[in-house]
Ligand binder design. Structure first.
Ligand SMILES: [Zn+2]
Length: 426
């Protein structure tokens, strides 16, 4: 059986070694060249395996690596997508083992990136190597995209798409830690800033100025209501749970020191908004914008009418003249949710591959954060699935680890999925 021949080529010790080697090249995205070192290490390795490799700089010191294993003739192209960066290790003394030691303890490999996503990257490389070494002919090609900055603004995948690499890819496997579930949907995300501006004044004479804090509170309360309405309207998504609108930063004054007896000029809030299938980002942005604009209108109307106007004019003797209130919303990042139908070919192929390896039906799931797959799906229309080893709750924490057995299983699923997708009878 062809599948057995290929699975035999996936060597556990090599998989462990490659995972350790990758962890030992720290690639937190900060000043330094960590991502570049990982990228160049992999490009040499993949070239050595006989793949066509392109190293493409997204920014200085940050290159994407694109490696292609060509089949013997034309056919579909399947992408495996991984990233080179890892999130910060935090305080290294908090870790049981050094975050970049890549320590193998029992059945676990420890270190930053062990599961997110250097272990899964190693599993993908090993799967492709196994297909290559087995000599089993196939049509089409496998493209391995090892991209930068997934944990940040995802500049790697955006560059990859802008450079035209996504054209001609029929489906993508996003290699991320999701407990080896077959994930077919992902939450969307909007990142936004709200600013309210009034006029600075003495705390003892607040009407001489205009406090931007109460209108901000009113805006955030209305957004909380909007969140509740959306939860009510959509209910709970089987894989993703509920949508959310979460203020994560609230700051006043925006510049300079805060002081108890000074009314600040400006207040600022950051919103982390997560969406689920069924929500339109355009409609949601419009609703948020309406809340902010409505607050501006109503605060300004109250300034120039009713009792406040009189109090200001008489008590503060014109100090408050010309006051006006402004509020603005800036949505500076938009990452749509994704949903790949279960009937989509890539989902069927991975599902079949998992059944041939484990003897069981896959467990379907969803990804709560955005990934590079978000843009492959939203910008390039590529059907995606996300699958990889590693407990969902471990990434971004201290003592990150991955199980060697899970990683081996992941590598086998990757290899079998590729064969299914490339129409090899397994
Ligand atoms: Zn990741």
């Amino acid at each position: 059986m062809k599948l057995d021949r290929i699975l035999k080529e996936i060597k556990k010790d090599q998989l462990i070694q490659l995972t350790q080697d990758l962890i030992r090249i720290p690639s937190v995205r900060r000043s330094g060249q960590g991502e570049q070192k990982v990228a160049l290490y992999l490009s040499r390795l993949l070239e050595g395996m006989g793949l066509e490799v392109v190293v493409e700089y997204v920014e200085p010191d940050s290159p994407n690596v694109i490696a292609v294993l060509q089949g013997e003739s034309e056919g579909p192209c399947l992408m495996f997508e991984c990233h080179t960066d890892v999130v910060t290790e935090g305080d290294p003394s908090e870790w049981k083992y050094g975050p970049f030691d890549g320590r193998l303890v029992g059945n676990r490999i420890y270190g930053r990136g062990a599961c997110d996503t250097k272990g899964n990257l190693a599993a993908a490389v090993m799967a492709i190597q196994a297909i290559n070494q087995s000599g089993i002919p196939f049509k089409g090609k496998i493209l391995l995209g090892i991209l930068v900055d997934e944990e940040g603004m995802m500049s790697g995948v955006k560059h990859f798409i802008r450079q035209g690499w996504a054209n001609g890819i029929q489906a993508a496997m996003i290699c991320e830690p999701v407990d080896n579930q077959l994930c077919i949907t992902q939450k969307g995300a909007l990142r936004a800033e709200i600013k309210t501006s009034g006029k600075m004044s003495h705390g003892a004479m607040p009407l001489a100025g205009l406090n931007p804090i109460p209108p901000m509170i009113s805006i955030l309360e209305k957004m909380k209501q909007l969140e509740e309405e959306e939860i009510e309207r959509l209910g709970k998504n089987d894989f993703l749970g509920y949508p959310s609108i979460t203020p994560t930063v609230l700051q006043a004054p925006v510049k300079g020191e805060p002081q108890l007896n000074v009314v600040p000029y400006q207040c600022r809030a950051l919103l982390d908004i997560r969406t689920i299938p069924g929500q339109s980002h355009e409609a949601l942005k419009k609703q948020l914008e309406d809340i902010v604009q409505e607050e501006e209108r109503s605060v300004n109307a109250s300034l120039h009418s009713g009792p406040l106007k009189e109090i200001r004019e008489t008590l503060e003797k014109g100090l408050s003249k010309g006051i006006s209130f402004q509020s603005m919303l800036d949505v500076f990042e938009d990452r749509p949710w994704t949903k790949t139908p279960q009937e989509e070919r890539i989902v069927r192929c991975v599902s079949k591959a998992m059944r041939s390896i484990t003897g069981k039906d896959p467990v379907y799931g969803g990804v709560l954060g955005a990934t590079d797959g978000t843009f492959l799906s939203a910008w390039a229309g590529i059907p995606i699935v996300t699958l990889g080893a590693g407990k969902r709750m471990i990434p971004h924490q201290k003592d990150e680890w991955v199980s060697v057995e899970d990683l081996e299983l992941t590598s086998k699923i990757y290899a079998a999925s590729a064969l299914e997708f490339l129409n090899v009878e397994i």
